[in-house]
Design a protein around this ligand. Structure first.
Ligand code: RB5
Length: 362
């Protein structure tokens, strides 16, 4: 089934293409517009594009004056790769290389004869399936998945772009990296992220005698910080933060979900007191579904925690969204925002199971 959509300037061309599809016996669903009255192309682009994105239609054809406006609108729908073409080479390549799922044509650009040629090429050319093209398409999808969520919650999220962090995360991803090195890297990344996450740590003035004179100078208000790794993978990050702030107090939290009630249950929670007066850094290397981070932070709040930060090494957009929705007051520090979760709730491309790789349990 082919989705069709157009504005007034694309109406004649669509009707011409429809007659051609009828001749070829190709089924289509026409989302309008059906009259020559002036209308807004985005409305019809969206209707047809949603039918393609939802799988109701396999491919789509869109028509406006230039083909450009309607392609821009269609490309705003998640999952749509709409190509505006006026030559045969592009119409073929956009299937072979981009796996385009909508072709956009300009009623004021191409003739009806050219249009049916372009449509035939588009409909009859399969995606090449080559690895490099699949990879590039996955990158397009990644932008689509990440950008909207992050944009919305950007104020609360800090993604670490420092080359040292990025380099070390790449080393972590490598499946050839052994336990010893993995553990060290996790600790180092936690330290580098901690440098940023603790940039607003409260200080207090003390009097110090330098070899020259006495001065009043700031030091970290030591009793004000609590580091709280989520058991067990968070333990791998703990030392990284402690090397920055050796006087910090450390709490631990372990959560599981009751399989019947699906309610979070804390099986271990020991927090330094008074927790309500401390800056609390909750740590877990992976923010996947967001379930344990959300539950752990809820538990810490129940115990009185107020000023909470969450630090992870890699995150999936799904987990980030969930954590932000549940705890919009929590500042989130992420080493790298990955593409997505797979069906087994693993982060992709990810680094595997951080707990197993830190503790060598696999
Ligand atoms: C309508 O006049 C025209 O602007 C529209 O069909 C399309 O060409 C926009 O990109």
């Amino acid at each position: 089934m082919i989705a069709l959509g157009n504005d007034h300037a694309g109406l004649d061309l669509k009707n011409h293409v429809k007659a051609h599809l009828d001749e070829r016996g190709i089924a289509y669903k026409d989302f309008g517009t059906y009259t020559p009255d002036s209308c807004d192309y985005a409305v019809y682009a969206e209707k047809a594009a949603r039918a393609v994105a939802d799988g109701e239609c396999e491919l789509g054809l869109l028509f406006c004056g230039t083909g450009v406006g309607i392609s821009m609108a269609a490309n705003k729908v998640k999952g749509i790769r709409a190509a505006c073409c006026s030559d045969k080479f592009s119409a073929e390549m956009t299937r072979l290389h981009n796996d385009a799922n909508m072709l956009c044509l300009g009623g004021r650009v191409v003739t009806p004869e050219q249009a049916v040629e372009l449509v035939d090429i588009f409909l009859d050319t399969p995606f090449s399936g080559e690895e490099r093209h699949a990879r590039r398409i996955a990158q397009i999808t990644a932008i689509e998945n990440i950008v909207p969520e992050v944009k919305e919650i950007m104020n609360n999220v800090k993604i670490m772009t420092h080359p040292l962090i990025q380099h070390k995360i790449s080393m972590l991803r490598d499946k050839k990296t052994g336990t010893n090195e993995f553990r060290k890297l996790v600790e180092e990344i936690a330290m580098l992220e901690g440098y940023e996450a603790l940039s607003d740590l409260p200080t207090e003035d003390v009097e110090i005698d330098t070899p020259i004179e006495t001065c009043i100078t700031p030091v970290i208000a030591g009793r004000k910080l609590a580091i709280v790794p989520i058991l067990r993978a968070g333990l791998g990050m703990q030392q990284g933060l402690l090397s920055l702030c050796p006087t910090a107090k450390v709490g631990f939290i372990g959560m599981y979900r009751n399989e019947e009630t699906h309610e979070p249950v804390s099986y271990y929670c020991k927090l330094p007191r008074p927790i309500e007066e401390r800056t609390i850094v909750v740590m877990d290397p992976m923010l996947a579904t967001g379930g344990s981070a959300v539950d752990a932070i809820s538990q810490i709040k129940k115990e009185g925690g107020k000023n909470i930060k969450f630090m992870c090494i890699i995150a999936a957009p799904e987990g980030l969204e969930k954590l932000h929705a549940a705890h919009p007051d929590v500042q989130i520090y992420i080493g790298h925002l990955d593409r997505e979760l797979n069906d087994n709730a693993y982060i992709c491309p990810g680094l595997g199971d951080a707990g197993d790789r830190i503790f060598g349990t696999k």
